[in-house]
Ligand binder design. Structure first.
Ligand code: FPP
Length: 258
């Protein structure tokens, strides 16, 4: 049985039980799938080999999260900043998306997994845009779990675009600027149809959000795992869930128990 590396994966002060009953399963888990490049280079392989292996983890974790009763799983697949990577890596990643969509959509549909995308799809290659529309259509009735793939996604850009839309409506006299509140802004975000993530996991030991779900993460729990994404398996996912369930979430209020 493979174990998580010691250190940050060991139970921390935040993980010591503070409630009599463990909290329920997280309804929405979001993952920053980091460490593909390091997984590959550590083995003397090209970086794209790590992304390829990362697809296996995407499949495994999607199936497993669904089996565990997670309702929403968000995966950060390509950020608006990832365009800064060498052209070959960006093209390689796009080829992997194509491969994934061709192979997985039917399976997701069969398994009741609805796929949705967040991010600016207009900048993606035209054939990938078509595949995204097709995949959303093909899986639209899935009610076991929603898999949200963040593709060309950046949270600051999302918030700026939402603010612009609200400003335009205010300028047109449709809304009163003083009436703009959290709910109105949230309704303009790419994630308007989804609940905020309960748990955000980042693999590979880095501890930052990297422009991911900045607004939506206001009260999320965070777990940073010292394992590269291609090595993140069902057991590692279950350990994250166990740690989450020991957390005491107060949403700014006071602790309910003792
Ligand atoms: C971060 O690792 C990972 C990415 C930028 C891409 C993630 C993409 C996949 C796992 C494959 C496609 C996903 C789907 C949903 C089809 P990194 O390259 O930054 O790793 P490093 O920090 O070690 O360099």
């Amino acid at each position: 049985m493979r174990r998580l590396m010691p250190g940050r994966n060991a139970l921390s002060a935040a993980d010591t039980p503070k409630t009599a009953e463990p909290r329920p399963m997280p309804g929405h888990v979001a993952v920053i799938m980091d460490g593909n490049g390091r997984w590959a280079t550590g083995r003397g392989l090209p970086r794209i080999a790590g992304h390829k292996r990362g697809i296996n983890s995407v499949r495994k974790i999607t199936r497993h999260a669904k089996a565990r009763g997670v309702r929403y799983l968000t995966l950060f697949a390509f950020s608006t900043e990832n365009w800064l990577r060498p052209k070959e890596e960006v093209h390689g990643l796009f080829d992997l998306f194509r491969y994934y969509m061709r192979r997985e959509c039917r399976t997701l549909a069969r398994e009741g997994v609805r796929i949705r995308f967040i991010g600016d799809s207009s900048e993606m290659p035209a054939d990938i845009q078509s595949m995204m529309v097709e995949a959303e259509g093909m899986t639209a009735t899935g009610d076991a779990m929603t898999l949200i793939v963040a593709l060309n996604y950046g949270s600051r850009g999302e918030i700026v675009a939402a603010s612009r839309r609200l400003a335009a409506r205010a300028a047109a006299g449709e809304i009163d600027p003083a009436a703009i509140d959290d709910a109105m802004l949230a309704a303009e975000l790419n994630t308007a149809d989804f609940p905020d993530p309960d748990l955000i996991i980042r693999t590979s030991g880095e501890q930052r959000l990297s422009n991911f779900l900045l607004w939506q993460a206001a009260y999320s729990e965070f777990l940073f795992v010292d394992r590269h994404w291609p090595d993140f398996d069902e057991e590692a996912f279950d350990q994250c869930i166990e740690r989450y369930r020991l957390r005491d979430r107060r949403f700014g209020g006071l602790r309910k128990s003792g």
